[in-house]
Design a protein around this ligand. Structure first.
Ligand SMILES: [Ca+2]
Ligand SMILES: [Ca+2]
Ligand SMILES: [Ca+2]
Ligand SMILES: [Ca+2]
Length: 775
C-alpha cells in the first residue's frame, strides 16, 4: 500500500511537469498594441522587456523562471502599446493543467492607466501563505476592454506563460485587510487583520501621498501594538496610500502588506496649496473645489492637455456660440495670516493656433466661494492670445487672519475658443524670487543666448543657469551649469547641433537663499553641415514630418513633399519614404533639400536614390540638382531629370558628379508633376565619395591590410607583391603621394598628423583604399 502511494506521488510529479495547457487565442490578435510588452516584478529583479506582440498573440516563455515566496505580495508592471487593457495572472497551484479563473489560482488582476503618455498596468501578485513550495506554471493574460480568461478565444490581447518557483513562506507574515475609517479632513483610523504569524512586537505602518510601495529599509511612519492606528496631521482632500507590516521580533519584520488607499475629507487647507488638476478624471473637478456659473455661457471643466507648455490635465473654459463666459473656479478655503505676504502662481493660455479668438481671465480672492465675495482682485488678463502656457505670479497681503478662497473667472466673449489654467499654487512669498520670461535667441549650430526678466528683488548673488536635453526640471540640489551670472542674459557655448535644449534660471539671493527654478525655455540648435557618407532613408522621420536637418520648399502652388509610411502599391520600397501627393488644381513645384554637404572640387561623388510612382495612368516628374543654398533658384547644377515616371515600378539610380568649387552644397529633389496626377515616391538618398565607395567593396575581396594603424613613420603592407602602386590622399581628396612598385614598407614620415586614405592599386587591376591615421 505504501509503495503504491509513493508511486502515485511520483507519477503525480511527472504528470504535473508534462501538463498540456490550453493555448489562449485572441481572435483579433495584438498587433494593434493590445499586448504585454514589458512585464516587470521589481522586488525580485524580474524583467522581460520589449517583448512586443508574439506570433498568434501567445508567448511560451516557460524557459524563464520567476522566484517568488508563499505569503508575500509582489507589485508588478505591464506596459502596453494601446489604452484600456486588462491584465490577469494565474498560477496552476494544483498542477492539474488548468488555470482556475478564481482564488487561489487567480493571483492578480489590474487595469491599465495612462502614466506620462504610456499605457501601464500596475498591480500586485498575491501568493497565498498556504501554497506548497514547488515549481508551477504561471500565465499572464492581457485583453483590450474586457477581462482576459486563462483559455482566451476572443478579442484583442496577448498571453505569456512563465515558470514560477514558489519558495517557503517567511517566518513573519504581513497582516491583511488594511482599511481606513473615521476619515476627517486631517485624520483617519487604520485597522487591519492580524498576521497569522502572531507578531510579538506588534505592527508598523507607513503612509504616503505617493503610491510607490515602501521597501524593507523604508522607515515606518509609526508603530502599533494593536490592530489599529490613528493617523493625524493629514492634508485635507488628499489621496493617501498606506501599508502595514508585522514586527515578529526585533530582527524579524514581515514584508509590507498590500497597499490600501483613502482620501481625506474636504476642509480648510494650509499653504502651500497646489492644484495641478492631475488627480481628476476629466471633465470632473478636483476634490473640494467648486465651479459656479454666474452667466449663461459654459462652465469651467477639466481637460487632458499635453502640449504648449502644459502637461497632463488642466482647467479649461470652452466657448459658447451665443453667450459670453462668466464662470468661476474656486479653490477650497485656505488659512492665511493677516499681514503676511503670500504669492499665488498659475499658468494660463489661449487655445493652440488660434490668436484670432482672445480669451479673458480674472483672478481674485475673498472670504467665500462666491463671485460677490471675490473683493480682492489679483490679476486681470483681458486679451489672452498666446497659445503657449504663460506663467504669472502675484504677491498680496491679507489684512486680517482668516479663511480665504481664490477664484478664477473666465469672462471671454461669446464664440471665442478655449482658455486653459493650470498649476495653481498659493504659498508664503519666498524671500528669494525666481526670474521670469526666460527666452533663447541668437541660436546657432553650437550655442544660444538665454535672457530673462530680472527677479524682484534683484538677487545679490546673480543667477544660476541649468540646461539639459531632457525636459526634467532641476531641483534645489541640482548643480547649475553656470553659477552667479550677473545681468539678465548669458550665451551658452559648446552645444551640440540640431539638438533640443531646455533651460532654467534661478536667483541667488545669498549662498543659503536661492529661489525656485524659473519656468523653462526651450530651443533647438541649428543644423551643421555634414561630411560624407550622407544617407537619408526617412526611417527616423515622424510621418508626415521631414527628418531633422532637411527642408522642403514649395516653389509653386501645389502640395509639398512629406514623409509617408511604406507604399504598399509599389513593390520594392521598404519602410518610410518621401512622397509628393497630387493637388487637384495646381501642378507641383516642390523641393526637398538635403542637409548641407561638405564637398571638395575635383573629387568624384556618387549619389544614389530610389524613386517611383504608384500608377500607370498618371505621370509624375522629378528633377535632381545641387547648389549652394536651400533655394530653388540656387539649384543650378542638374544631376538628373525624369519627366515621365508612370510605370508603377521602383527605380534605383546611381550617378556620379563633381562640384565646381570646394564648399557646402545642398542636393535638391524637385517634384514638378502636372496637377491632378497621383503619388511620387523617393527613398534611400545616399551620397558618397565615388572612389571610396568602390574601393571599400574591393577591400573585402582582397583582404590586404596595412599596419600598424595608427602609424608613426612606417606603414607596412601585408602582401606588398600584389601591389602595383600606392596613392596617398587626404580627407579632402587631394593626392599627396604616388609610390610605384612599392616594397612592403611605406615611408611616410613626412606626412603631418591626421587621417589619410591609402589606395593600393593591385597587380590584378583591382584597387583598395584603407583609412590610416598618422600619429
Ligand atoms: Ca508580448
Ligand atoms: Ca489548476
Ligand atoms: Ca496639470
Ligand atoms: Ca525608407
Amino acid at each position: 500500500m505504501k509503495k503504491i502511494l509513493l508511486v502515485n506521488l511520483l507519477m503525480a510529479g511527472v504528470v504535473s511537469y508534462a501538463q498540456t495547457y490550453c493555448i489562449p487565442a485572441f481572435a483579433s490578435g495584438c498587433s494593434g498594441g493590445d499586448q504585454i510588452d514589458s512585464f516587470i516584478i521589481p522586488s525580485v529583479g524580474f524583467t522581460h522587456q520589449g517583448t512586443g506582440c508574439s506570433t498568434d498573440a501567445y508567448g511560451d516563455f516557460t524557459s524563464m523562471t520567476i522566484n517568488l515566496n508563499a505569503g508575500l505580495n509582489y507589485d508588478f508592471f505591464v506596459t502596453h502599446a494601446f489604452s484600456n487593457q486588462n491584465v490577469r495572472v494565474w498560477i496552476d497551484f494544483n498542477n492539474d493543467g488548468t488555470f482556475d479563473d478564481a482564488d487561489p489560482e487567480l493571483v492578480a488582476s489590474g487595469t491599465s492607466t495612462n502614466v506620462n503618455g504610456d499605457n501601464v498596468t500596475q498591480s500586485t501578485i498575491i501568493i497565498p501563505a498556504t501554497v506548497t513550495p514547488g515549481t508551477y506554471r504561471m500565465r499572464i493574460g492581457d485583453r483590450y476592454s474586457s477581462q482576459p480568461i486563462p483559455c482566451n478565444l476572443l478579442g484583442y490581447g496577448e498571453a505569456h506563460d512563465y515558470t514560477v518557483i514558489i519558495g517557503a513562506a517567511p517566518s513573519c507574515l504581513a497582516p491583511s485587510g488594511v482599511t481606513a475609517a473615521a476619515i476627517t479632513p486631517n485624520s483617519a483610523q487604520l485597522s487591519w487583520t492580524a498576521s497569522t504569524t502572531t507578531p510579538g512586537n506588534g505592527y508598523e505602518y507607513y503612509y504616503s501621498t505617493s503610491n510607490t510601495s515602501p521597501t524593507a529599509t523604508t522607515a515606518a511612519s509609526g508603530a502599533s501594538s494593536t490592530l489599529s492606528a490613528n493617523l493625524s496631521s493629514l492634508t485635507a482632500a488628499t489621496v493617501y496610500y498606506v501599508w502595514v507590516r508585522s514586527v515578529c521580533s526585533a530582527t524579524d519584520k514581515s514584508a509590507w502588506s498590500q497597499q490600501a488607499t483613502f482620501t481625506t475629507a474636504c476642509g480648510i487647507m494650509n499653504v502651500p496649496y497646489v492644484q495641478n488638476f492631475e488627480s481628476v478624471t476629466v471633465p470632473a473637478l478636483p476634490l473640494c473645489t467648486e465651479v459656479v456659473n454666474d452667466g449663461s455661457g459654459n462652465e469651467w471643466e477639466t481637460y487632458n492637455y499635453n502640449d504648449y507648455g502644459f502637461t497632463g490635465k488642466t482647467l479649461r473654459y470652452s466657448y459658447n456660440y451665443s453667450n459670453a463666459a462668466d464662470t468661476w473656479f474656486f479653490t477650497p478655503g485656505i488659512n492665511l495670516t493677516g499681514g503676511t505676504s503670500y504669492r499665488i502662481k498659475y499658468k494660463y493660455a489661449n487655445s493652440s493656433g488660434t490668436t484670432v479668438y482672445p480669451e479673458k481671465l480674472k483672478v481674485a480672492y475673498g472670504v467665500s466661494a462666491t463671485s460677490a465675495d471675490m473683493t480682492n482682485p489679483l490679476a486681470d488678463h483681458p486679451d489672452i492670445v498666446v497659445s503657449t502656457a504663460t506663467s504669472n505670479f502675484v504677491d498680496f497681503t491679507p489684512t486680517t487672519t482668516g479663511v480665504y478662497y481664490f477664484g478664477f473667472n473666465a469672462y471671454s466673449d461669446a464664440n471665442m475658443n478655449q482658455l486653459y489654467v493650470d498649476d495653481i499654487k498659493v504659498e508664503v512669498t519666498p524671500t528669494c524670487s525666481e526670474p521670469t520670461l526666460v527666452t533663447a535667441s541668437n541660436i546657432t549650430t553650437a550655442g544660444a543666448a538665454v535672457s530673462w526678466t530680472a527677479a524682484t528683488p534683484v538677487p545679490a548673488g546673480g543667477y544660476d543657469i541649468y540646461y539639459s536635453t531632457t525636459n526634467t526640471a532641476p531641483t534645489s540640489t541640482s548643480t547649475p551649469n553656470f553659477a552667479g551670472i550677473t545681468g539678465t542674459t548669458y550665451s551658452i557655448p559648446s552645444l551640440a547641433s540640431n539638438t533640443t535644449y531646455y533651460v532654467w534660471v534661478r536667483s541667488v539671493c545669498s549662498t543659503s537663499d536661492k529661489s525656485a527654478w524659473s519656468e523653462h525655455s526651450t530651443f533647438t540648435t541649428l543644423c551643421s553641415t555634414t561630411n560624407l557618407p550622407y544617407i537619408v532613408d526617412f526611417e527616423n522621420a515622424t510621418v508626415p514630418n521631414l527628418p531633422g536637418c532637411t527642408e522642403d520648399v514649395n516653389a509653386g502652388s501645389g502640395n509639398n513633399w512629406e514623409t509617408d509610411f511604406e507604399p504598399s502599391s509599389v513593390p520594392g520600397f521598404s519602410g518610410n519614404v518621401l512622397r509628393y501627393g497630387y493637388d487637384y488644381i495646381d501642378p507641383a513645384d516642390a523641393w526637398f533639400f538635403t542637409q548641407g554637404l561638405n564637398l571638395t572640387a575635383g573629387v568624384q561623388y556618387t549619389i544614389s536614390y530610389k524613386y517611383g510612382n504608384n500608377s500607370t495612368s498618371y505621370t509624375e516628374k522629378l528633377k535632381v540638382a545641387f547648389g549652394t543654398s536651400k533655394d530653388a533658384s540656387a539649384m543650378t547644377n542638374p544631376i538628373a531629370d525624369y519627366p515621365s515616371i508612370n510605370d508603377k515600378t521602383l527605380h534605383e539610380e546611381s550617378l556620379t558628379f563633381t562640384v565646381p568649387a570646394t564648399g557646402i552644397y545642398y542636393i535638391g529633389f524637385n517634384a514638378y508633376s502636372d496637377a491632378n496626377q497621383d503619388n511620387l515616391y523617393l527613398d534611400d538618398i545616399n551620397v558618397t565619395n565615388a572612389n571610396l565607395a568602390v574601393s571599400e567593396v574591393a577591400q573585402k575581396k582582397n583582404e590586404l591590410t596595412i599596419y600598424p594603424n595608427p602609424f608613426t613613420d612606417v606603414l607596412n603592407i601585408s602582401d606588398g607583391k600584389k601591389v602595383k602602386s600606392v596613392l596617398v590622399t587626404d580627407v579632402a581628396g587631394r593626392l599627396l603621394k604616388t609610390i610605384d612598385n612599392p616594397s612592403s614598407e611605406l615611408h611616410l614620415g613626412d606626412l603631418k598628423q591626421g587621417l589619410y586614405f591609402v589606395t593600393l592599386n593591385m597587380q590584378d587591376g583591382s584597387k583598395q583604399t584603407i583609412k590610416a591615421i598618422k600619429k
